[in-house]
Design a protein around this ligand. Structure first.
Ligand code: PSU
Ligand code: MN
Length: 301
């Protein structure tokens, strides 16, 4: 069921650096054709760093690790490929269906393939109002289970960030800040919350990861890095947009897996593209750190 592209298969066999990328960001994170262009650009940025990109998706019931340009285009354009979370994977495979992988499923599949680094924009977490809705992303569950370095710009303040950090602590997930003491809040550099460890160079992050592997402690490491200063949004403006959109979610009864894509789409609309621009900038920034981590890890193996 696991289908590695020839490029990814060869790189892994030769312990060359590989970085996994998710497909929900392409299917649901950005409008077409920007999403297709972004998918291609992320891959070529990694290649320029000497790293093999492994974009992950479920297509026709197969776990695809490394996509062709046609497959990437299909996912970007289709518009109706469902978000595949952990619980969807067996059904999608058994029934021969498509799914865009979230952080959780991308981690699961990357882990099956033996990939150690995954770069995304922001993770899912505990939603605001979770004490009522119980809406907690399976991304946290995956971070508890799969042994990968996951690079992100923190999480959006769409989520309840203090609760998200509490769950990460309860389940024993290592959270580090790359050149930052503050837990980043995606479009904003600092959430006002702290990370446990500030680490200033990629080699030390890999060292933490390898130590965890040596001790056979399961689960991932969440590597957070803030959006570049020049790309950060204005926090008052952002919070005003967000409050408006959260009110819509409530009013329209948006629920379950539709919440995150709804919020993202509306942010893109009301900000007239500003959030898209910031999102692209932070993913690229994350990518460069992920490339360094993959290179450092592969040198040691
Ligand atoms: N957060 C973002 N952008 C995203 C997502 C989350 O800022 O695109 C996507 C990721 O694929 C993440 C998923 O894994 O949404 C989380 O969805 P849920 O909250 O339904 O678990
Ligand atoms: Mn949810």
């Amino acid at each position: 069921m696991l289908h590695l592209s020839p490029e990814v298969e060869q790189a892994l066999a030769n312990s060359k650096p590989v970085v996994a990328l998710e497909s929900t960001i392409i299917a649901h994170g950005f409008p077409y054709p920007d999403n297709y262009q972004l998918g291609l650009e992320l891959e070529s940025l990694l290649r320029a760093e000497g790293v093999v990109p492994a974009t992950i998706a479920i297509l026709g019931g197969k776990l695809k690790v490394g996509l062709t340009e046609d497959e990437l285009h299909y996912i970007a354009k289709a518009g109706n490929i469902p978000k595949a979370s952990l619980r969807d994977v067996p059904s999608l495979l058994a029934l021969g269906l498509d799914g865009a992988t979230t952080v959780a499923t991308t981690m699961q599949i990357a882990h099956l393939a033996g990939i150690k680094v995954f770069v995304t924009g922001g993770i899912g977490g505990v939603h605001r109002g979770a004490e009522q809705s119980f809406d907690i992303s399976a991304d946290l569950q995956a971070l508890a289970s799969y042994n990968l370095m996951v690079v992100c710009a923190g999480a959006k303040s769409v989520l309840d960030l203090p609760k998200t950090l509490e769950v990460l602590e309860s389940q024993g997930t290592v959270v580090v800040g790359y050149q930052t003491e503050g837990f980043p809040a995606f479009y904003l550099r600092d959430s006002g919350l702290r990370v446990d460890y500030r680490v200033d160079n990629p080699a030390d992050i890999v060292k933490i990861f390898e130590t965890k592997e040596t001790l056979e402690i399961g689960g991932g490491i969440l590597v957070t890095t803030p959006i570049p200063l020049a790309d950060e949004l204005d926090s008052r403006q952002f919070n005003a947009w967000l409050d408006m959109i959260l009110a819509e979610v409530e009013e329209q009864g948006v629920q379950g897996k539709h919440v995150t894509p709804y919020i993202l789409r509306r942010l893109h609309e009301v900000s007239q593209g500003e959030t898209v621009k910031a999102n692209i900038a932070l993913v690229k920034n994350n990518l460069l750190l992920g490339a360094k981590l993959a290179q450092t890890y592969s040198l040691g193996s």
